[in-house]
Design a protein around this ligand. Structure first.
Ligand code: AMP
Length: 467
């Protein structure tokens, strides 16, 4: 066996290949045998089109079973998978394509697969070492040019094996999959756990209350972004009974509010397992399967991953090292060098602290740190206070240019309330320099597809508030 990730994943497929892999909402089932067959045809077709090991293959298509076959077929052919969000504009897509220079760009997954089925199969997996590139994931990059994180076969396989074991996946599991597959969460975390354990999936094109509620009754694990859980909680049909067949709810990609965690526990009797990850390292920390899942903490470093705070400070930038951490950004050697310390730790850009017992707490992104009048303000601390105040459902705290203070603290919130009263309330609980100078109410906070609040948009929108 070579180090090709596809070989590792296929090693977990059930020996009875007629077992279901995908269960679709229209009742159709795609077995592991059918998956494997599709993958071999894709790999054969890529080979026939002249794709060589190491060549990039871009896929910009809606979520589908065929898209997954293309992902795995690219690996099997030894090529490098480059998923692109269908929401990317023409000019964004042009940038990714000119940067990654793929040999082929696939925009119609069904069409490509139909074509591939006419062609000969590639049955033997192309040999790859763990050090060969498997995928490039462009980071959402809210500042500057988006960077292509290079993920190698060995790194992805190591992370997948750890998670499958840590979260105790078995062939009897059914995962509810409603995440997009252009991002590491839905693509690597979810799919790899299922494949390595030979489990099955309820396969939904996207999050839809009715379909998710129906699917949950047949699922044992759900992976979601925090907004999936707040949307479930907003439905009176989401009851303890509706969640009762699920053994594990996992959340990540954005911070899970403690209030969501607690409300979820009250409603269902279950505690959501929060974990922390990023495109550059897939999963970094996880709350335990057995043992205490603490609201607000992202849990412990995974086995094989070292997590520390820069310069040994109590609170500061989180740095990570380990076999599942990426090796660098595609064609950006200087940027890569800047982002790694001399002893090989990757600077994540996230700020946090580590408990004496090893639990990691994230307080925000380094670039979201506000410096007001020379003092550091961690948005998460202010958001924690705001979220507890009457009338406020959720908050995003940002810094915008201020003539006196350099940056002024602004809270953008959902809910309603009297601004002066709420600010006074914050000043009772926080040092004056941390309290927001303005509180603005919006219907909803702007979020990207992974549920992350887009603070950069808010900073742009309110840039002139004080000037
Ligand atoms: P991405 O590369 O798009 O997956 O984004 C990674 C970023 O998402 C991380 O650097 C964190 O800032 C954030 N993130 C992921 N999981 C969590 C979590 N559980 N809590 C807080 N932030 C998270």
């Amino acid at each position: 066996m070579s180090g090709n990730l596809y070989e590792s994943l296929a090693g977990g497929f059930p020996s009875d290949r007629s077992r279901p892999c995908f269960q679709l909402s229209d009742g159709r089932v795609v077995s592991y045998g059918e998956l494997e067959d599709g993958v071999s045809h894709v790999a054969g077709r890529l080979r026939a089109r002249g794709v060589q090991p190491g060549d990039r293959v871009a896929l910009k298509a809606e979520k589908s079973v065929e898209a997954v076959m293309i992902y795995l077929g690219v690996l099997k052919a030894g090529a490098v998978f480059l998923p692109l969000n269908v929401a990317y504009t023409r000019s964004e897509t042009d940038y990714f394509l000119s940067d990654a220079e793929p040999a082929i760009v696939i925009t119609d997954a069904e069409g490509f697969l139909a074509e591939a089925r006419e062609a000969s199969r590639l049955d033997a997996c192309v040999s790859r070492s763990g050090d060969d590139l498997a995928s490039i994931i462009y980071t959402s990059g809210t500042t500057g040019r988006s960077k292509g994180a290079m993920l190698h076969h060995g790194a992805l396989a190591a992370n997948a094996r750890t998670l499958t074991r840590l979260w105790a996946f078995t062939p009897d599991d059914t995962l509810l999959h409603a995440l997009p597959i252009f991002h590491v969460h839905g693509l690597f975390v979810a799919l790899h756990c299922v494949f390595l354990s030979g489990a099955s999936m309820i396969w939904l094109p996207k999050f839809n209350d009715d379909e998710v509620l129906a699917g949950l009754s047949r699922s044992s694990v759900m992976m979601g972004v925090p907004t999936f859980y707040t949307r479930l909680l907003a439905s009176p049909r989401f009851t303890r009974e509706a969640a009762s067949s699920v053994r594990l709810f996992i959340s990540g990609s954005a911070p899970l509010l403690s209030s969501t965690f607690l409300e979820f526990e009250q409603r269902t009797g279950q505690r959501i397992l929060e974990r922390y990850g990023m495109s550059e390292a897939v999963i970094i920390t996880s709350n335990p399967l057995e043992g205490d899942r603490t609201p607000g903490s992202v849990g412990y470093a995974l086995p094989g991953v070292e997590v520390r705070i820069a310069q040994g400070a109590e609170t500061g930038e989180i740095e990570i090292r380990g076999e599942s951490v990426f090796r660098g950004y595609w064609r950006m050697p200087e940027k890569t060098a800047e982002e790694f310390t001399s002893d090989g730790f990757f600077r994540t850009g996230d700020v946090g602290r580590i408990d004496p017992d090893g639990r990691v707490w994230i307080s925000g992104r380094a670039k979201d740190l506000i410096i007001s009048g020379g003092y550091n303000v961690y948005p998460k601390e202010v958001e924690g206070v705001l979220d507890e105040l009457d009338g406020i459902s959720e908050s995003a705290v940002i810094g915008v240019p201020h003539p006196d203070f350099g940056e002024g603290v602004v809270a953008v919130c959902t809910g309603s309330g009297d601004e002066a009263r709420l600010i006074a309330e914050c000043r009772r609980q926080l040092a004056a320099y941390k309290a927001p100078k303005r509180i603005i109410f919006l219907e909803d906070l702007p979020r990207n597809a992974m549920g992350k609040v887009q603070k950069s948009l808010l900073r742009q929108r309110y840039a002139d508030l004080f000037v």
